[in-house]
Design a protein around this ligand. Sequence first.
Ligand SMILES: Nc1ncnc2c1ncn2[C@@H]1O[C@H](COP(=O)(O)OP(=O)(O)OP(=O)(O)O)[C@@H](O)[C@H]1O
Ligand SMILES: [Mg+2]
Length: 314
Amino acid sequence: MNWTLRENNLGQRMSGSNDQKIWAIGGGKGGVGKSLVTANLSICLSLMGYKVIAIDLDLGGANLHTCLGVPIPEKTLSDYLTKKARNLTDLVTPTPIENLSIISGAQDDVGIANLKQMHKAKILSKIRELDADFILLDLGAGTTFNTLDFFISADQGILTALPEPTSIENTYRFIKSVYHRKLKMAEDLLEIGPIIDQAMNAKISANATPSDLIARVIEINPHMGRKLQAEINRLIPKLVINQVRTQADIDIGFSMKIICKKYFGISLDYVGYLEYDATVWQSVKKRRPLLMEFPNSALVSNFDRIIHRLLNIN
Ligand SMILES: Nc1ncnc2c1ncn2[C@@H]1O[C@H](COP(=O)(O)OP(=O)(O)OP(=O)(O)O)[C@@H](O)[C@H]1O
Ligand SMILES: [Mg+2]
């Protein structure tokens, strides 16, 4: 983390608008580094002078607090969901890092695993009311509707994957689920269910991709088809490859980008990689945030590059 970067960016923030950004960090599989990425991107942003709240939405398996070096906060999302806490703001707990607070996740899966659509919408709107420049959501593993909906509703969705076949497959599965969920939402929003059904029933080849489906909708109804296309085009997930050991590992991100475009018609934005580094588990073991505990770790420059890409600073 260099000071120039911090100062430049602080300058940008002061002169810029007040718009708040929500970033959601997800990935198909458990243990791929979602919490590591959430915690350390939050730290990067707070060191830049932004006011940040990291929210642990890993329903049932919350451990973001450990990555940030804080004990389990007294009040967690469980209290909100069970109505013991009235406001989301009551759950905001400061961390030892200036500008950075955390809302800790549910310690059990009471209520949260089967969060109803209405609650989810309410939580999302309450999250938007929080006083912060950036709100980072650490999502759980898997492709439950909860996870997908938080991912889609965020201003930016960030995926972490490991350079190994199972994790890559899970990432594609996650992207595919996000795509279908988004399609469903667009369908409801644009009220084009019947056209989609018609397109789905049309004789398109068995290995048709989601982009073939949109092409078919455009043929049936060019106006609505293009609107649908525009909705889907807004979906540009960011990709971080974690635990890389070789150049070939790094290159996996580029291949995934090409494959996503070809098979899903989705633009993946490969924003960078994180090296495999022993300081990660050392910091977890010490319950100290990585970037603070090991300022000379290779991961510092990895995170620096990623945050530049995410903020669009060159
Ligand atoms: N770049 C890395 N180098 C070395 N070890 C790493 C790295 N990234 C993650 N790890 C190890 O993998 C573990 C899992 O990381 P993390 O908890 O961030 O994953 P997660 O996706 O949040 O997992 P879960 O789905 O269980 O919440 C860490 O405790 C750490 O030991
Ligand atoms: Mg986690």
